[in-house]
Every structure is written in structure tokens, then in C-alpha cells.
Design a protein around this ligand. Sequence first.
Ligand code: SF4
Length: 327
Amino acid sequence: MTTPTLLEVQGLVKHFPLKKDVFGRGGGVVRAVDGVSFEVLKGETLGIVGESGCGKSTTARLLMQLLQADQGELIFEGAGVNTRALSLKAFRRQVQMVFQDSYASLNPRLTMEDSIAFAPQVHGLSRELSLARAHDLLARVGLDPKRFAERYPHELSGGQRQRVNIARALALQPRLVILDEAVSALDKSVEAQVLNLLMDLKQAMGLTYVFISHDLNVVRYMCDRVMVMYLGQVVEMGPSEAIFENPRHPYTQALLRSVPSMDPDHRTQTPPLAGDPPNPINPPSGCRFHPRCAQARPECALQVPLLRGDAAAHPVACLLYPASHPT
Ligand code: SF4
């Protein structure tokens, strides 16, 4: 039986224009997200990985509708977002986000209970019921409401604040939660606790996650499927096990080789990624990875590889694979 789709993303594009200098030089656009399509299945955790500048956080903001896409469509449970079938407001209730910076995400003048109760109140729930929901959520994220409800952000540790941010994201009873580097700023021991909390909440509340992280070990631990992005495009997608055990795209292979090994016999002697770091202003022609790819062929600078096929079948956008050849 196939798992139903919760969110379908079709052809998302977001370019940021650059200002010209006083001499009229410069300009151009940053191609942050450049034709990205994928599906998020109900109940899964979909990981998005790639180096900084690959477009993963811009993709998250486009999913949340915090940024307006230049092109593309979001379809949530079969209904187009921001259409008569599904208003932006109704969609925003269903999709929430947790950011990396736990302190900046919280209003310093609001107590924890008021921070969590704020959104339900805005959406029409009475203050009494909103506070009851806030207390319930505080308990669910492991913070005793009797001790924490009336505290302010500066009275909490980073891990406790991130627990409050998770509770706040759950206050509107969303279906999809986007976690954008949500545990990256935490100490390793606290990170493990918050990751386990996220897994428990997902199970208990029937949630679906999009999990964005630069930490591939954490992605492997958390995610059912993984999408690899390079310079604003998806280059490989598939079940987590397939991506980590049998990476197909040379970029994914290099990315995985760059994960530090704890085993001294398996330390890499040469840097896995050669060449300049990615520049999304003037992406290379053909395959965008070709200037850094150890397996590049002459045609790689000329032809744009295509990502074709069902995500379960582990598609890859690389000319080494016949399915990627443009027809
Ligand atoms: Fe490397 Fe060519 Fe594949 Fe791009 S298309 S990843 S340059 S082999």
C-alpha cells in the first residue's frame, strides 16, 4: 500500500535580485531555489540536506509561505494552497516551523504559557482554553507547567527554550512541522534528548516532519527519506537507507565522505569536495556540480541532467545514469 501524499511541491522557483552598485555594475539574481519538486508523505520525516547556500532553508520558508515563490505550486492534501479550496490562513494552521535560534524565536516579554497560548487565541480560542492547551503542551515537551508556565525566555536554558518553541509550533495542532536546523545550536547531550522528544511527539500526535539539517548523522537517525540539494536544485532523492548506503550522485557521495569518521583508520586524507564552493549567483552551465565533480565528462558542462522517476525508486540527476539524460 502506498503512503498518501500530504504536501506536493511543484516547480518551486525563488530568485533574489541583487542591487547594482553606484557604477551600475553587478545586479543579477541569486538562484536560491530553481525548479524544485517533491512530495512529503503523510507521517514521514523527510530530510533535506546540502551545503549552506544549497537552498534548503529558502525551500523551508517557501513551504511555510514566509516567502512568496516566483513560480511553483503547493498542493496540500489535494487542494492548491492560497486558492478557494484552501486559504493561506487555513494552510498556515496546518504547517508550522521550528527555527534554529531558540532565543530569537521567543518574545522576551511573554511568559512561556503566553507564548504558547498566543496563536490559539489569535485563531479564536478563548484565553482559558488556550492556556490549558499551553500547559498540556508544556507537559508534553517535558517541562512541568507548574515550574515553567510563568517563566520568561531568559530564565530558561537553550534546550528548554527549544522545547517551548516546539510546544508553540504544536499549539495550532498542525499536521506538518518544518524543523529548520532545529537542534543545531544545542549541546550534543541536549540535542539527543530533543531529537527523541520530536520522535515521541510525532508518534503520539500523528505529525509529519520536514527535517533540515547540515548534520548527516542526525538526518540518518531521524529521516525516512532524504532529498539532497545542490545550488538550488534537487540532485538525488530516496529512502534514507538507500541514500546513506548506496548514494548515487557524485555530490551525495562526496557529502557523505565529508562526515568525520570516529575511526582513525577511516579518516579521509584528501578533501572530498574539490573546487570552489557553490555560488548561486552564476551557477555553472549543464550540470551545476561539474566544476567540482571527480567523474565529470565533457557533456556534463553542456547538458542539464534531469531528476526523473518515483522518489521511492531513488532518482538521481546525473548524466552517469541513463534516466537523467535529456530527451
Ligand atoms: Fe558529475 Fe556529470 Fe554527474 Fe554532474 S552529470 S554529477 S558532472 S558525472
